[in-house]
Design a protein around this ligand. Sequence first.
Ligand SMILES: [Ca+2]
Length: 496
Amino acid sequence: MMSTRRDLLRCTAVIAAAPAIARRPERRPNILFALADDWGWPFASIAGDPVVKTPVFDRVARRGVRFTNAFVSSPSCTPSRAAMLTGQWHWRLGEGANLGGTLPVQFPVYPDILEAEGYHVGFTGKGWAPGDEAPGGRKRNPAGSRYQDFTAFLSARPKRAPFCFWFGSGNPHRPYGRDSGAAAGLRWQNVRVPPYLPDHEIVRRDIADYLLEVQRFDRETGELLAMIERTGELDNTIVVMAGDNGWPFPRAKATIYDPGTHVPLAVSWPSRVSGGREVKDFVSLADLAPTFLEAAGIRPPSQMTARGLLPILTSKRAGKVDPQRSHVLTGMERHVPCRGEALGGYPMRAIRTREFLYIRNFEPRRWPAGDPNGLEDRGARPFSFDELAGQTFKALADIDAGPTKAYLVTHRSDPGVERLYALAAGKRPERELYDLREDPFQMSNVAAKASYTEVVKRLDAQLMAELKASGDPRAYGRGEEFDRYVWYQGLRTGKK
Ligand SMILES: [Ca+2]
């Protein structure tokens, strides 16, 4: 991936303006990064969800800082994780921009840098995945060395070495035990059904199953925190809890509407960060990599263009802290290859401000959620509900298979469901604009309305200028390179 010299200079200028890095601290902090798989906003009790209970996340948030406008670079496991590890937008990472690709070794990742500076580095569960690191020239997962569990990791720690651990939970990724949520006492009658999903008992029970897995992630992280507490080092440990993309429901994961990109994020570090604060600044999870390095007294490499969160974390302020953090960029290249024979994804970029979400769809002739033809191809015998809900059902594959998808597909001609199906799986225009002041769930595209002409013009100019400055091939008309990259077979999938 090449950038023009002017782009590089512009990127360098941004880095030069960054705050000076602190000297190497006396006692470098440990880092525990607990990353849930498909945990979207606002599914935490402290964020107001009426059913789920997340006492561990709530405690980390109260001890530290809760970010209410945290977004992933991409609503898809591999590129989202690649952006977190490299501290760069995924579209700067060549093959690293796609699900199931590789992460070329020329893009440095924070665990390698910390390890070279004496940190004990490792992960358990799902690291950078799914994909194959070997073709990119790496000998191990970009998240670090794999350990069976946190106990084994701590046992292998050299004396006095600070640690950096990536806990990659498999929750709350699908599949779920059907009605496991209700069986565990989560009241499906009380779940909130957002207006882009049909409000039906099948959907409600599916949401309860999802929330049960959110609680599992919360409990797993609590076990790790208890182990750190027993070592007496919790005060000097940076604890981060977050999700890698939004929840696996239609018009959420694998889309760049908020339900795909907006995630929970809490950061605590009791010895340095004053707690109990809610911060509304717009932040990207790519900002975590420079944050970890700067906290360890290491200057991030120049290509790590994300901005560290230390100035916010150490500011003692709440609400809007840094006026420059007024928006984020997000995007998506290939999630699952599901558009006929070609490997092409559904390329999008967006800018999200407090008031608007503006989206550019670069290939509006393609099917956003995958080719729907497979829905019909069995002639006289229609798919059963269980087949549609099962993991082997491949049509519209950018929507994870499950009961909600099955309900949406089987009822797609019903009044009331027809529009929701079209929002999830229908074709989209090149430009979308949502006015969040009156449309928080982003269901009515106002891009073509005369009263929004100026807003579209302004946001499009800002989005394209920032993408160009970042060296995004899509912004330079070279986006087809993403469609040609290999889809590596034998992928480790999200769950087991
Ligand atoms: Ca995920």
